[in-house]
Write a protein that binds this ligand. Structure first.
Ligand SMILES: Nc1nc2c(ncn2[C@@H]2O[C@H](COP(=O)(O)OP(=O)(O)OP(=O)(O)O)[C@@H](O)[C@H]2O)c(=O)[nH]1
Ligand SMILES: [Mg+2]
Length: 541
């Protein structure tokens, strides 16, 4: 297929040359260069086809950045009604075991996950039910736990909760307050929801029998460790251990629990409690190391393809990319080993970094124009911003300023929103006791989105203008782009010297040297330099 983009035969534009000669091969992305001539020809042809693919050549990774899931803790197994029977003991004592408790529901943010699509598809996640108790006082087995694994950067909000034990308690209290409340000392009647009966018991037996008081709704001791509702979590760090969202319900009681002097052989046991049901809204704010910010059709996806193995969709029209793509740049030293000097903020050796290619921003994107605001939130969390400017599409400085304006307006809106939230009127209801205060406290667990009183060691997440950034001036292979690049470079020079105002228009901003890197992504020229520059900035971030 003929190339669809005008590119100058014989590779490089002259002004890119000095740039390539300057830097040594400090870092190599995992696609290694072959040296033999025949092989290198086919490799470079393949490479060229990969960087300038037809619009139909892409692989879409299923991706979802929002999901609503209902989590159901396991319900308890039923208690057992059984009696000892041995030789010479025809009617032995009650020996039914208790039901097993249900499985717990945990949540954990892990590095390996990148999308919420699996959860969005499943919708309901249910922990295992406890097994029923058995004869010979054998307790039922515990239900299986589930750990909901989410990508790092997920924000979790509770939207609904149904706790059967709590509801029951509320109902009991309401009934106790009524005039004709049931007598608290019996006689009690059979409640099919709660009691299990021995198979041979007839309807008449049920009608005449007196049942003991129902045990009050019970909770396992583990429930104390649950995250207090309404749940609000910001999981921006990988978690070593999962945290408990809902403890499994307790199993029913076997018939030995109801032995009394008057009824030594009770023919009933209780059913297991029902599991708690929580509906959560999950939102993934991508935590990529680098966020690509650019106008539509600037060449962001081509850049992602050239720097990583991503097969993001590329097309010569605006809004080719409709969903964020994440690419991973693997760093190695040609021997499969990570390069030693690149490290994560935690001190671990960095073996890769991730780049988020988001849909293009247009003027007034912060007012939800174009593909709008939903993708700007991914920019908010990237550690380094790379502004991708198409050198062939008009004045690069104007384009850069327009992008900063959108990003800046978005941030201003966010700050205002946060302020409005804090300004809401809080009604003051004095608590009577300390226990009352503790039980009424709503708890927000923020797993490291900045140092807090509870979590002083958490890394700081900076405002957008305070993030390290640089400019990728792409399509430098096209004719007439050199002057545009030089204007851009001069402008950035003035910004660096403080003569020109920072394009964000903010007072506090990242004050180090901002670079503009000319590249031709479609030919793969100059892209290594981006890897190097990014690593330096990540060290800074
Ligand atoms: N000549 C030349 N063309 C390029 C270069 N990079 C990208 N293109 C072309 O520019 C067009 C747009 O590229 P994309 O990578 O889809 O641009 P994008 O920024 O991802 O676009 P949206 O996803 O719509 O925002 C495609 O036709 C690419 O082949 C380059 O370095 N040189
Ligand atoms: Mg794109």
């Amino acid at each position: 297929m003929p190339p669809r983009c005008a590119s100058i035969p014989g590779t490089l534009t002259p002004f890119l040359y000095p740039f390539f000669l300057r830097h040594g091969p400090r870092v190599c992305v995992s696609r290694r260069c072959e040296s033999t001539s025949a092989e290198s020809l086919t490799t470079s042809e393949e490479e060229a086809a990969r960087l300038n693919p037809p619009p139909s050549d892409y692989s879409r990774t299923v991706f979802a950045d929002k999901a609503t899931v209902t989590l159901i803790a396991g319900s308890g197994g039923h208690g057992c009604i059984s009696f000892l029977r041995e030789k010479y003991i025809a009617a032995g004592p009650a020996n039914g075991g208790d039901g097993g408790s249900g499985g717990n529901v945990y949540i954990q943010a892990v590095r390996g996950e990148t999308s919420l699509h699996k959860l969005a598809r499943r919708n309901i996640l249910k922990a295992g039910r406890g097994k029923n108790g058995q004869g010979k006082t054998k307790g039922g087995e515990r239900g299986d736990d589930i750990v909901v694994q989410v990508p790092v950067g997920t924000v979790v909000r509770e939207i609904d909760r149904m706790d059967p034990v709590f509801e029951e308690e509320q109902q009991r209290l309401a009934e106790a307050g009524q005039e004709e409340a049931p007598m608290s000392n019996g006689p009690y009647k059979w409640d099919p929801q709660r009691w299990l009966l021995y198979p041979a018991v007839t309807k008449e037996d049920i009608a005449t029998a007196d049942f003991p008081t129902l045990p009050r709704g019970r909770k396992s001791a583990l429930a104390m460790a649950e995250v207090k509702g309404p749940i609000s979590l910001d999981l921006s760090m990988p978690m070593e251990k999962p945290i408990l969202l809902a403890a499994g319900a307790l199993g029913g009681l076997g018939n030995p629990h109801f032995v009394t002097k008057t009824a030594p052989r009770p023919k009933f046991a209780t059913k297991g409690e029902a599991g708690m049901r929580i509906t959560l809204e999950l939102e993934l704010k991508l935590l990529a190391d680098v966020g690509l910010v650019g106008l539509p059709n600037a060449g962001k996806s081509t850049l992602l393809r050239s720097i990583s193995k991503s097969r993001a969709r590329v097309g010569d029209w605006a809004f080719t990319t409709l969903q964020p793509n994440i690419g991973t740049v693997v760093l190695d030293d040609h021997r499969g080993r990570p390069i030693a000097h690149a490290r994560h903020e935690t001190g671990e050796v960095r073996t890769n970094f991730t780049i988020a290619d988001i849909p293009g921003l247009i003027q007034d994107a912060h007012l939800d124009k174009g593909l709008g605001i939903s993708f700007l939130r991914h920019v908010e969390r990237a550690r380094v911003l790379a502004f991708v400017i198409d050198l062939s599409a008009g004045d690069a400085v104007t384009a850069l300023k327009a992008l900063w304006k959108e990003v800046g307006e978005y941030e201003r809106m966010k700050i205002q929103e946060e302020k409005d939230k804090q300004d809401t009127i809080v009604e003051w209801t004095p608590f009577k006791t300390v226990e009352d205060a503790i039980s009424n406290r709503s708890e927000t667990i923020v797993v490291s989105s900045g140092p807090t009183y509870d979590n002083p060691l958490a890394p700081q997440i900076y405002s957008i203008a305070e993030k390290p950034w640089f400019v990728v001036a792409t399509k430098a292979d096209l004719p007439g782009t050199k002057e545009n690049f030089e204007t851009l470079r001069n402008y950035l020079q003035l910004v660096n010297e403080g003569v020109e105002e920072h394009p964000s228009g903010q007072k506090s901003f990242w004050g180090k040297k901002v670079a503009a890197i000319p590249i031709s992504a479609i030919n793969g020229h100059g892209v290594k330099r981006i890897t190097e520059w990014t690593l330096n900035l990540l060290d800074d971030a």
